[in-house]
Design a protein around this ligand. Structure first.
Ligand code: PLP
Length: 287
């Protein structure tokens, strides 16, 4: 983790940075977050992440803590102070500090803002992507507003831990009809035998992944076929390829589901190519 964190207007040493015990993010998960990938110290997919942040806040009736322009300056300053070029920047905005009560505070309460920055070893992540990763499946048990990027991530944390205990990198949630919704921290994709890309539509109870959105544009630019339609774990195993997308994973090939190989069990050409195309575009458009 970077050495400097931003908390409510001040840059502090990471180890000393604290929020109040009655912060509603801490007490009630009454907070949203965003994560941008950093390429050469710049924010990837800026528009998509800012737009989703504004939407998440507005759905919860939390004010934007500052303008988008001001927030961009603060995020960049946090990145600069941490001297991180390749990595991730995390932003959390809570409803603020107030005596504990489920209902919103009645007194004017400024939102709390926390920013942290983390470096990523791109050589290590490229090696991981070249090998591909495994995922497990787990029953969908999250609330009905997964489109809001809240810090209420307990089901995601439990699913991720279950994955880790099985040597997998991600857990795919599966709904009551047997379809994959998304990963604990990523969107899920397959490449059908006929080359059609498939990922769940965003009318479902999933996060509208920014990486997913950018990748859909890229896929269409490439003239590839794409179908925003859910798939089952069995369809993933029968597919020729699978992968996940997210600010952390970028585009990461999946070679096994629940211990069984996807296709021939090797990283396929489509996921590999989409990963490099995505990274190229994200680098070129980062701000
Ligand atoms: N789905 C979930 C549950 C996530 O937590 C994330 C990212 O953290 C994603 C999907 C991918 O979203 P994005 O591409 O915007 O990072």
């Amino acid at each position: 983790m970077g050495r400097i964190a931003y908390v409510n207007g001040a840059f502090e040493r990471h180890g000393d940075a604290v929020v109040h015990i009655e912060d509603r993010g801490y007490q009630l998960a009454d907070a949203v977050y965003e994560v941008w990938a950093l390429f050469d110290g710049k924010l990837a997919d800026p528009e998509g992440h800012f737009a989703r942040l504004e939407r998440s806040l507005s759905e919860l009736r939390i004010d934007m803590p500052m303008s988008r322009a001001a927030l961009t300056v603060v995020l960049r300053e946090a990145v600069r102070r941490n001297r991180v070029k390749e990595g991730l920047v995390y932003l959390q905005v809570s409803r603020g500090v107030a005596p504990r009560d489920h209902a919103f505070p009645t007194d004017p309460t400024p939102p709390s803002v926390v920013i942290t920055v983390k470096g990523v070893d791109r050589a290590a992540t490229e090696a991981k992507a070249a090998k591909g990763v495994s995922v497990i499946t787990t029953q969908e048990n999250r609330w009905g507003r997964c489109d809001i990027k809240t810090v209420g991530l307990l089901p995601n944390a439990l699913a991720k831990q279950a994955a880790r205990e099985k040597g997998a990198a991600e857990a795919w949630f599966v709904d009551e009809l047997g379809f994959v919704t998304e990963g604990a921290s990523s969107n899920a994709w397959i490449v059908d035998r006929d080359g059609t890309l498939r990922t769940r539509d965003t009318n479902a109870n999933i996060l509208r992944g920014v990486t997913r959105h950018t990748l859909l544009d890229l896929i269409r630019d490439q003239g590839l076929k794409v179908d925003e339609r859910p798939f089952t774990p069995a369809e993933a195993l029968a597919a020729s390829e699978a992968f996940i997308t997210g600010a952390g994973s970028l585009v990461l090939p999946v070679v096994a589901v629940d211990g069984k190989p996807v296709g021939d069990g090797k990283v396929g050409p489509v996921a590999k190519r989409l990963r490099s195309l995505y990274i190229e575009r994200a680098r070129a458009t980062a701000i």
